[in-house]
Design a binder for this molecule. Sequence first.
Ligand code: SF4
Ligand code: SF4
Length: 452
Amino acid sequence: MFKLGHFSGGVHPKSNKNTHFYPTRRLDDFPVVRIPMSMHIGPPCTCIVKPGDHVLVGQVIGEADTPMAVPIHSSVSGTVKSTQREVASNGRSMTVVTIESDGQHTMHPDIRPPVVENRDDFIRALRESGLVGLGGAGFPTHMKMKPPPGKEPDVLVINAAECEPYITADFRQCAEHPDEIIDGIMKVMHYMDIPLAQVGIEKNKPLAADVLEYELVKLNLSSNLQPNIKIQRLPTRYPQGAEKMLIYALTGRKVPTGGLPHDAHVLVLNVSTVRFISKYLKTGIPLIRKRVTLDGSAIQVPCNVNVPIGAPIPDVVEAAGGLHPGTKDGKVKVIMGGSMMGVALDRLEATIIKHNNAILVFGEKEADIPDETQCIRCSRCVTSCPMHLMPTMLDNMARNKDIDGLNHYHVMDCIECGSCTYVCPAKRFLVQSIRNGKSYVRQAMAKEGTKK
Ligand code: SF4
Ligand code: SF4
């Protein structure tokens, strides 16, 4: 039976929310930014600047040519130094625009609030803002606002769960901008004609829930408004913030295999996404900055920073206080994202991108990965899987490239949460192996498609 906030499986990793209570630091002075032409799911943008061009803050430098793309804007004013093809940190080859900042932060004169009177204007404005889901996946937000006929959402789910260890960027967003979060939610409800919004926050962040509730009370007292927004305190359990878990935990609805939230008549947005929407509609400033949690044992001053998109990660780390002296020349492990679902970077010169919410840097001890041993058939991976999969079977099949078996055991339902890897006493690389399995299935499907 459905019980608010509950789902089966999941794990309880140590939360390590070391940066909860420190206000976000705004860092501006980066001599150079390097902006990749793709920070979204979908084809890269077409670069429309060339070396020597002078650009201003908020100026479009990458044009979106397909519906699944969003434009890319300059986050600084300065001179374009190069536009080179590079393999980005996500493994995709794309043009990266390097801009030398003039330190003036001059805003482009065309930046002004968009004129929004109806849903079409709203969707167009979101696209022009360059907005992608700020919770981690990089899905263009305007595409979420166009559900297929018959699949209109009747619930707006706001993801403020932030269940990943270390990351507190959304929590700081709630603590610092509750008014804009509530305003953003009301704007989405208005233009998308959604009667109810549910905000999911894990119980270990009571302040975030309190400030949002306080904001609703203030709104009622000052304007006599009572928007149908419910702030829901959810059990602290990883991966409470995964889209499918959160929808089920808040509404009792299940997204079918291979489906999207609109199949359950739900629209899911991250709490930072709605705050951006509120700010953008008031100012017209596109998505050019990002709040990111810096943490990990090698970071000297764990904190949240608000930095221009494209800022080089080593410069951000240095500006925020640098690495512990002992780790500077030693081995470190850099993760983009949280410790459960983040991606280890193979190069330090990667830059802050739109859907980056954390940079974790660990010292030598944590950087060492223990060797895998034989599976002891304890089934812990099975009981921890929130998607009711059999990770140990999927691991075997992925290693044997058994496409039929992978399909039979629903490999594509894996949300790559890492719970199975976390609990495995044999230290099997389960999630990595399952990820490979998913790519084999995708390759096989693509091959099938070209045969037909
Ligand atoms: S199989 Fe996938 S969904 Fe299940 S626990 Fe492992 S990573 Fe998570
Ligand atoms: S948790 Fe590890 S050891 Fe236990 S069954 Fe799963 S893969 Fe095997």
